[in-house]
Write a protein that binds this ligand. Structure first.
Ligand code: B12
Ligand code: SF4
Length: 520
């Protein structure tokens, strides 16, 4: 039987990492990576398992040295640290394994630094490896060919995480996405057939999450609505669960834009207490969307702005991913992107330069055209050599967009347009239920108020720049004059912390104090 340690390495700065905001929020990481507690749950009884998230605690090398197996996970923004950790462990003679999103698309990156690599999902291969390892018969490479049956995925071992250090929790309902975006590695790894857990499993996970004390949860699905019929069934059960548990969990997730075409689905998400959704919009340039095979974004049923507004009007805030540097993008793309985000009232946009992830159709195409920069740290921030814009112009335009988007005036302009002029009303399902459960409402309002003012006080104490503190005070006052709902207030103050992160990141990039961080 093995003594196992699993490590999630330190992240580099990224848009969603919130690294600049986390200390202000009193947290060490945004959320726990979902694979660690899941791999622990997939580990057969008899083995011992310890989870280390380097984002919340330092690696205990002595502990690792005593382990029989040390596993490392990671995505692109952890690649240097992944290699460092594996190299250090190897030097100590530790038996190491590596898996996760990065090694799955770039296995040669780990040549010689790990004893065993795992490609793709590991619901079958992880227990298989442990069995073979116990018999001294393990292989050096495991690739799960069949996609995991989600109905068999166990409840993750949230109890092994130090949950108090995370801003949010993470849960997974489904995997896969039916679309075919050319740049996307998710469908390469998880396939285009959405697979979903049963309601029973999902409710058990909600119970387990509740038991950790975490109240805001990211549902880490690639596309929550990949199978609309199936997710509607699950959401009906989640709504009942929320009612039984006094709407204890607030959720946000990722979905495709066709959500806007299905009012019943939006309503169910609202009733289940989803308050925000991340949508890959990528570009207002239709030619670029077609080029990227993002056909769902150019379907009839209204413009992209109208679709975003439909989701917002129902009470779900939209966050988005945007990309510059498609073959059909010329110099006008930067202003078009700014204009689109203004019109659609999206405060939080992860804008990035197109990146060709290995194993994707985009990577194959550009390799064939000789348009890939193969360096591990491309000089211009992306490995794509653009067609209609120069490389320097692309990176300058990207940094300028980020700076403009997260300047105070444009950012709070979009936010206030949505929250104050647009009167975004999140949590309508919860509000309906509270009408007949007034005591629960009072309790919940008190918690939201305490959290909102607690976070605001932290911002006032810890944000070093006086001009930002002044701006945040002005904006809070502007908000309170128009709206007093405690839940929305808390969300508004969270947006200040998110602003601090993105604003700082953009400023550091534009002044050359940090490298250019792309979205990959
Ligand atoms: C939810 C999500 C997020 C969330 C949560 C991130 C987090 N910290 O957990 C948010 C929105 C915050 C986010 C942010 C980012 N993300 Co993200 N995210 C995802 C998404 C959609 C799901 C990840 C997930 O939780 N899956 C569920 C778990 C259970 O699956 P899994 O980790 O793959 O684990 C399975 C296997 O891989 C395997 N496995 C994993 N590790 C190991 C280790 C061992 C030893 C073994 C044996 C097996 C194994 O076993 C598991 C069970 O089958 C993925 C897409 C995807 N499907 O991978 C992108 C993805 C991982 N994100 C990505 C990126 C780039 C980012 C950002 C850098 C973007 C940015 N610029 O801000 C940031 C990083 C922020 C950070 N510091 O956390 C990329 C990574 C690219 C790559 N191939 O490396 C992905 C693949 C999306 C994409 N194509 O762009 N992300
Ligand atoms: S919609 Fe998102 S997850 Fe689905 S294929 Fe496109 S980029 Fe990938």
């Amino acid at each position: 039987m093995a003594d196992i340690v699993l490590i999630n390495p330190r992240f580099e700065v990224s848009y969603w990492g919130l690294e600049h905001a986390l200390p202000l929020m009193g947290k060490r990481a945004n959320l726990p990576v979902a694979c660690l507690p899941l791999l622990a749950a997939l580990t057969p009884e008899g083995h011992t398992i310890t989870l280390i998230d380097e984002n919340v605690e330092a690696i205990n090398w002595e502990r690792c040295a005593k382990a029989d197996i040390v596993g490392v996970t990671g995505m692109s923004v952890q690649r240097f640290r992944m290699r460092e950790i594996l190299t250090e462990l190897k030097a100590q003679g530790v038996f190491t394994v590596v898996g996760g999103p990065l090694v799955t698309v770039q296995e040669d990156y780990f040549d010689g630094v790990a004893d065993v690599i795992f490609i793709g999902e590991a619901e079958q291969t992880w227990p298989q490896f442990l069995k073979e390892w116990s018999q001294g018969l393990h292989q050096i490479r495991y690739e799960q060919i069949e996609k995991s049956d989600m109905a068999l995925v166990p409840t993750p071992r949230f109890d092994l995480l130090k949950m108090q250090h995370y801003a949010f929790g993470s849960l997974q309902f489904s995997r896969g996405c039916p679309f075919q975006c050319e740049f996307c590695d998710i469908i390469v790894t998880f396939g285009r057939k959405p697979r979903i857990k049963t309601s029973k499993q999902i409710l058990a996970e909600l119970d387990a999450m509740l038991a950790t004390g975490m109240r805001i949860v990211f549902v880490v699905d690639d596309n929550l609505i990949g199978n609309k019929k199936a997710i509607k069934e699950v959401l009906r059960d989640v709504v009942k669960w929320q009612e039984r548990n006094s709407y204890a969990l607030t959720m946000f997730t990722e979905a495709s834009i066709d959500l806007a075409d299905d009012p019943e689905l939006i309503e169910l998400m609202v009733d289940a207490n989803f308050i925000s959704v991340f949508i890959g919009i990528e570009s207002p340039n239709e030619e670029s969307l077609r080029e990227a095979k993002k056909f769902q974004n150019v379907r009839s049923g209204g413009t992209l702005v109208e679709k975003v507004r439909r989701v917002q009007d129902a009470g779900i805030e939209v966050w988005c991913g945007m990309i510059v540097g498609f073959d059909n993008d010329d110099s006008s793309v930067f202003e078009a992107q700014r204009q689109f985000l203004r019109d659609s009232r999206i405060p939080m946009s992860m804008t990035g330069m197109l990146y060709a992830i290995p194993k994707t159709p985009l990577h194959d195409r550009l390799a064939g055209e000789g348009r890939l920069d193969l360096s591990d740290v491309p000089e211009f921030g992306t490995n794509v050599i653009p067609l209609k814009i120069g490389r320097q112009e692309l990176v300058d335009g990207y940094v300028k967009i980020m700076t403009d988007l997260y300047d105070c005036e444009p950012y709070f302009g979009r936010l206030d347009d949505l929250y104050l002029t647009g009167n975004l009303t999140m949590g309508r399902g919860r509000a309906r239920w509270w009408k007949t459960h007034k005591l629960n409402k009072l309790k919940s309002d008190a918690v939201f108020l305490a959290q909102a003012f607690g976070l605001f006080a932290r911002l006032m104490k810890n944000v070093p720049e006086a001009y930002l503190r002044k701006e945040y005070r002005k904006r809070l006052w502007g908000f309170l004059k128009k709206r007093q709902d405690p839940g929305t207030l808390f969300s508004y103050v969270i947006h200040m912390a998110q602003h601090y992160h993105a604003h700082t990141m953009a400023k550091q990039m534009s002044s050359g104090r940090s490298p250019v961080y792309n979205s990959w």
